[in-house]
Design a protein. Structure first.
Length: 266
């Protein structure tokens, strides 16, 4: 019998993709606070170095970084398998990738859909295939995917993103069914409007297209949120940390909104 908190990640090895900013960065830091050894993945070398330094300030574990550009699926697949082999043990995988460009679904080129599917679903599959055998061997696995509330309700002006996020949701539920018997859970976090560089860019684009201001766009967004404010990246990270922990051992195949109640109010 152990007195260790079921929310602790002591002794766990985690990989966090898209970890140089926003929700990915916040998740990596939260994992380190909870006791995990964290490997961060991203394409920006300077961003990786900055977050790695932050991780090392939080704990003395052997945190490390891996550079990968998810626009190159073949290279990402090689890097994923090489990283998993080098680590030798992986308990937690967070799939997180920047969203596709805004735009109407009908105006997107077929190639835009293929590229987005490759970056999101293709790369997530590569990392899952690399890590799942190690999770199975350990008898403990947590795969958490950062998607969007558009899984349930498409967001206007995000045609490609809406489509890809829905595919990720069904992929998650399928994997949850396949891997559950090995002690591996697979879940989605669906962020609502969260203060990140991605949201800033979306608000600016919407303001430009609508001939309004960013402040007005933000006020309109907040008006749809029962909590009456935008989310903070750490609030999302805490939800991810829960799903990654032993406390969530019986939570499998869910799409969890972390959106201040926005979906519930629709």
């Amino acid at each position: 019998m152990t007195n260790e908190s079921p929310f602790s990640l002591q002794g766990k090895s985690a990989i966090v993709c898209g970890a140089t900013q926003g929700i990915g960065r916040a998740t990596a830091l939260e994992f380190a606070r909870a006791g995990a050894r964290v490997t961060i993945v991203g394409r920006n070398e300077d961003g990786l170095a900055k977050v790695l330094a932050e991780l090392r300030e939080l704990s003395s574990l052997a945190h490390e970084s891996v550079q990968a550009d998810f626009a190159d699926l073949a290279a990402t697949e090689r890097i994923a398998h090489a990283t998993a082999a080098r680590l030798g043990v992986v308990h937690i995988l967070v799939n997180n990738t920047g969203g596709p460009a805004a735009g109407l679904a009908i105006e997107a080129k077929p190639a835009d859909y293929i590229a987005a599917m490759s970056m999101h679903l293709g790369c997530a599959q590569a990392w899952a295939q690399a890590c799942a055998p190690l999770m199975r061997e350990a008898g403990y696995g947590r795969i958490v995917n950062i998607t969007s509330t558009s899984v349930f309700t498409p967001i206007k002006g995000l045609g490609v993103s809406n489509t890809v996020r829905a595919a990720m949701a069904n992929w998650t539920r399928t994997l949850a069914s396949e891997l559950g018997r090995f002690g591996i859970t697979v879940n989605n976090i669906m962020p609502g409007f969260t203060k990140t560089a991605r949201l800033d860019a979306l608000f600016k684009g919407k303001a430009s297209r609508g001939g309004t201001t960013v402040d007005e766009v933000e006020r309109d967004a907040i008006a749809t949120i029962p909590a009456g404010r935008l989310g903070d990246a750490r609030e999302l990270a805490l939800a991810v940390a829960f799903l990654a922990s032993p406390a969530a051992s019986y939570v499998n195949g869910v799409n969890l909104p972390v959106d201040g109640g926005r979906l519930a109010a629709q």
